[in-house]
Every structure is written in structure tokens, then in C-alpha cells.
Design a protein around this ligand. Structure first.
Ligand code: SAM
Ligand code: SF4
Length: 460
């Protein structure tokens, strides 16, 4: 092994394993439930962000409590729940494709009921889909609990369900700290479909984290559209993060808004052993003119300063962002500003999106539409710049010895997917279980992932 120091943050011990996985009935007959005896089956398909993944967990718990076994294929399911995204038009196109297939399976009697949930369920467009595809139940993001009644459970109130099993088999879990959003970004449909911000009380969050940790969770991700806007009287997000970081052995949070991000939060990331050194801070554009048009509430200078603080506080950390290209009114100069910001901030990763007009948002009616071929070119230029930066930053990690948290065990190729304390994704040849740690040397790097050598020995 190299004599390079091991990069770790925490000395807390934890062993592999987790809470019991959700029952999956993989091999079921294709007959409807009456012919399968009393066994009812349901399939939940999730589209979109971590918040939807978390909402699906909530629904999964309901259908399980109602006596359904979860299956993976539509044709094995009595009930199919599509938990959907509405953020861009291509997300809706995908759901339409699935609804078409489900309509056919329903006609053949292989699927009995279809429920449409999530952000698309909360949009006006859901009514048209309901009629066109004969959907049995449409749920928005605020009335998910109605699924409980639909599957025969006594009515329940929507709550932040504590003690939910983790989404990766128990070793890792999402914890919602706030819902909705108080911003009004020109392009975004989130405030319409998820409503205004509601913050969850600190004690409620901490209690859920405690219970998760006791039940075997080793990695907690705090979730919300703008987590750093969380507040409770005089307490701010930084206070909540600090409390959670004292309870959980490994903590991350997403997504943050540059206007709410406090320097002390950035410093806390570097100071606390249990917080992963990764910051996702969406910038959207490098042009002040565009940021104003988008109603983002900050200028690129503020964003750059935040990044400086982060890089200083967490020198080894990783930084990612979201960027939209082709927003109405975006000129070549605006685009150049974005490329400059990408260069200056040297992101480790980014989600780059082509603007997608969403009904009911301000940007859908703004003049100055950017032609598709121009948007595509700008998209590729930003993507290339991000990848070049990420690749050269990743190469700097080669030779370092890292403590790696195993997120997903290997799937037959012998390579597990892990994460360093700096938040970098690593492929590592090990059969260590999800939720455990290994120590390994980084041997090579690509633009999106690091590759480690065989681990020295299991750490914990
Ligand atoms: N709340 C987060 C924030 O303010 O940065 C982002 C939430 S949104 C679910 C995730 C990302 O989708 C945004 O950061 C934005 O880049 C992208 N997005 C949202 N609406 C979009 C649209 N109409 N067209 C293209 N991209 C969009
Ligand atoms: Fe959408 Fe803006 Fe709210 Fe993010 S901050 S969810 S982009 S409105």
C-alpha cells in the first residue's frame, strides 16, 4: 500500500447490514389476484428526484400495510403506482409512454388499477391524462395519504412518516426537513405542484434520525427543495445540520439555494467529521442578466464568493451544480458568462438542462425563445466544459488512499459503488456490503467516477 494518508472524517464505528428489506415477490403467476388466491400485488415506478424516491417509500409502506406484495413488473401487478416528475417536458413524455403500456395491460386484464402520483399528479395536465388513459386514482404531492384509503387502509393524515426504512435497503435513508418552495424562479413548476415552504420542527427531524440510526441506518440525507432555507424561530439550517451530524454517522443534504447558503454552514461541512464534503449548489446561469430574469435573487459574484468559502473550508470537497441553457432571452454573451463561471468554479459535476417551457410558469410566455439547434450547441459546450474540469479534478485524487462508504454492493462485475468522504463516487472491487466501509487507493479516474484498487482490509 502507498504511504499516502487515509482520507477519512469519522472515527465512529458501524457495521454492515441494515433493516429488513421490503418484501419483494419476484416470481408471481400472471393471473389476476383472485386466481392467485388472496395475494395482492403492487408495482411502484418512480420518476424524478430524491424527493420522489422518498415519497415512493411512503407509498410503499402504505401498500405493504394493506397486504400487497411489491413486484417489479407491471404485468405481475394488480395495482400500479406511477410516482411522477413534472419538471421538464421529457419527464411527462416518459410517463405518457408508461401510461400507454398500462392501458394495454389493463385491457388484457393483467393490471387492474393504475394510480398517478407525484408532481404530474398535482398539475392541471393530470386531468387530461386521467381521461385519456382511464387512470383510477390521481394524487398530488400533498394528498399522498389518499392512496391509503384507496388500498383499503383506514384514512390517515399526511405526516412526515418517521421510522421509514431507508431507500437503499436500510443502510441509507432520506429525511425530509422541508417541503415546497417560496421562490418563484421564472422557469420552475415546483412552487405550483409542491406549494409553499413548510419546515419540519427540529426535534421531529432529530427524533426520526435517531430512530433510523437505531434501526441500522448509517447514512442520512436531509432533503428539500431549498434545505438551506429551513428555519424554526431563531434556528437556521446550520443549527439543524449540526444536530443531525451529532446523531448520524454520515450525513449529506440536498438541494441548497445560493441566496440562503450561510458561510457558517459551509464551514461546518469542513469541521464536522460526519458530514460528507460535497456541496450541491445550483447556479442555473453565470450571467447576472439571466439570473435576474430567472428571479434567482443573487448575482454570479455572490455565488463565486460562496464557492471560495466552500473550497477554503473543505479543500478536498466536491462541488456540483445545476445549469439551464436556452432560457428565453439567453444571448451568446450570457452563454459565454456561464462558460466563464464553469471555468472559474471548476465544478466536479453538474446537471445541465435545456430549458423546457412549463405551463403556468413565467418563462413559458417570455419572448426571445432560443432555437433548438442553438440550445443544443450551448448544452454540449457547457457539458464539455464541466466534464473537462471534472476529469482534471478527479485525476488529482489518483494515488490517495480513501475511506470509502459502500453505497451499492457489486452486481456481478465484482465492483461495488462507493463514496469517499469528499463526496466522490468510486468503483471499488470488493464484496463488502452496502453500509460498510473499505479503505482503498485510487488508481485511475474518469470524468464522472474514480476507480479504486482492491481494498486493503475491511474497515468496519
Ligand atoms: N430547488 C432547486 C434549486 O433551486 O436549485 C432545484 C429544483 S429542480 C427540481 C432541479 C433542477 O431542474 C433545477 O435546478 C433546474 O436546473 C432544472 N429545471 C427546473 N425547471 C426547469 C425547466 N423548466 N427547464 C429546464 N430545467 C429546469
Ligand atoms: Fe424551483 Fe427555484 Fe424553488 Fe428551486 S428555488 S424549486 S428552481 S422555484
Amino acid at each position: 500500500m502507498s504511504s499516502a494518508p487515509i482520507r477519512n472524517k469519522s472515527n465512529k464505528t458501524s457495521d454492515a447490514g441494515g433493516t429488513a428489506p421490503i418484501l419483494l415477490s419476484k416470481k408471481l403467476s400472471r393471473a389476476p389476484s383472485s386466481a392467485r388466491g388472496e395475494l395482492k400485488t403492487a408495482c411502484i415506478r418512480t420518476f424524478g428526484c430524491q424527493m420522489n424516491v422518498h415519497d415512493s417509500d411512503r407509498m410503499r409502506r402504505m401498500i405493504r400495510d394493506a397486504g400487497y406484495a411489491e413486484v417489479q413488473r407491471y404485468e405481475d401487478a394488480d395495482l400500479v403506482v406511477l410516482n411522477t416528475c413534472y419538471i421538464r417536458e421529457n419527464a411527462v413524455d416518459r410517463v405518457r409512454g408508461h401510461l400507454g403500456e398500462l392501458g394495454r395491460l389493463k385491457k388484457e386484464g393483467r393490471v387492474k388499477k393504475v394510480a398517478l402520483a407525484g408532481c404530474l399528479g398535482a398539475a392541471e395536465e393530470a386531468k387530461d391524462l386521467e381521461r385519456a388513459y382511464g387512470i383510477d386514482l390521481v394524487l398530488g404531492t400533498h394528498n399522498t395519504y389518499e392512496l391509503a384509503e384507496f388500498v383499503g387502509l383506514p384514512g390517515m393524515q399526511e405526516t412526515h412518516t418517521p421510522n421509514l426504512p431507508g431507500t437503499e435497503g436500510g443502510h441509507s435513508a432520506f429525511v425530509t426537513i422541508m417541503t415546497g418552495c417560496n421562490y418563484k424562479c421564472s422557469y420552475c413548476v415546483v412552487p405550483t405542484v409542491r406549494g409553499r415552504m413548510v419546515c419540519r420542527p427540529m426535534e421531529n427531524v432529530v427524533e426520526e434520525v435517531r430512530r433510523l440510526v437505531i434501526s441500522g441506518t448509517r447514512y442520512v440525507t436531509l432533503l428539500g427543495q431549498t434545505v438551506d432555507a429551513w428555519r424554526e424561530s431563531s434556528k437556521r439550517f446550520c443549527d439543524l445540520l449540526e444536530r443531525v451530524a451529532e446523531e448520524a454517522p454520515r450525513v449529506w443534504f440536498t438541494t441548497s439555494h445560493p441566496s440562503n447558503m450561510e458561510d457558517r454552514t459551509l464551514r461546518l461541512i469542513g469541521e464536522k467529521d460526519t458530514i460528507v464534503g460535497r456541496l450541491h449548489l445550483p447556479v442555473q446561469s453565470g450571467s447576472d442578466r439571466m439570473l435576474k430574469l430567472m428571479h434567482r435573487g443573487y448575482r454570479s459574484g455572490r455565488y463565486r464568493r460562496k464557492i471560495e468559502v466552500f473550497r477554503e473550508a473543505v479543500p478536498d470537497g466536491s462541488l456540483s451544480t445545476d445549469i439551464i441553457v436556452g432560457h428565453p432571452g439567453e444571448t451568446e454573451e450570457d452563454h459565454e458568462e456561464t462558460l466563464r463561471l464553469v471555468e472559474d468554479c471548476s465544478f466536479d459535476a453538474a446537471y445541465v438542462f435545456k430549458f423546457s417551457p412549463r405551463q403556468g410558469t413565467e418563462a413559458a410566455n417570455l419572448p426571445g425563445a432560443v432555437p433548438e439547434d442553438v440550445a443544443q450547441r450551448r448544452f454540449l459546450e457547457v457539458l464539455r466544459a464541466i466534464e473537462q474540469n471534472a476529469f482534471s479534478r478527479n485525476r488529482r485524487k489518483i494515488g490517495s488512499v480513501e475511506e470509502i462508504y459502500i453505497r451499492h454492493g457489486h452486481t456481478g462485475d465484482g465492483k461495488a459503488v462507493g463514496e469517499t468522504w469528499s463526496g466522490h463516487a468510486v468503483h471499488v472491487p470488493t464484496d463488502a456490503k452496502p453500509g460498510s466501509y473499505v479503505t482503498a487507493k485510487i488508481e485511475s479516474a474518469g470524468p464522472h467516477v474514480l476507480y479504486a484498487a482492491e481494498p486493503a482490509k475491511p474497515l468496519r
